[in-house]
Design a protein around this ligand. Structure first.
Ligand SMILES: [Zn+2]
Length: 135
């Protein structure tokens, strides 16, 4: 099985052709919104955004499921959003990404609460309990 990214709410697969597709809105302006394509390889920060979304490095966005519109932001983990990941063996984890444009840090929280970090190290305290989603 190929790795899959799922919305933790509606369980729709949201990865297409090597990209994870998210709906996003710039916090500065509610009409400033569009789609974000993130590379599905965790820790690869190449991304594309649709033309109606205007973001500058340092801007914070809200992320939404493109299928059910549910917010993917993590309430307790300020500035973070989470999506469900299933690896080749169907093993589930939560991939957590920064909601700050240009911030190259992400991590994966496994069901046994182990955390794997990618990219720049997050300076803030992370509690794996915040991210165990979809149970
Ligand atoms: Zn959804």
């Amino acid at each position: 099985m190929k790795p899959q990214y799922l919305c933790p709410f509606c369980r729709a697969a949201i990865n297409v052709k090597g990209n994870v597709v998210l709906a996003a809105r710039n916090l500065k302006d509610i009409d400033n919104k569009g789609l974000v394509f993130l590379h599905e390889e965790i820790g690869n920060y190449s991304s594309e955004i649709s033309t109606s979304l205007k973001v500058s490095p340092g801007d914070m966005v809200n992320f939404y499921c493109p299928v059910c519109q549910e917010s993917l932001d993590i309430e307790k983990g300020e500035g973070l959003a989470g999506i469900t990941h299933l690896d080749e063996d169907g093993k589930k984890s939560t991939v957590v990404i920064s909601r700050v444009y240009g911030e190259k840090s992400s991590f994966q929280v496994h069901d046994d609460k182990q955390i794997t970090s990618y990219g720049a190290k997050l300076s803030k305290y992370i509690d794996p309990e915040w991210f165990i989603m979809g149970h």
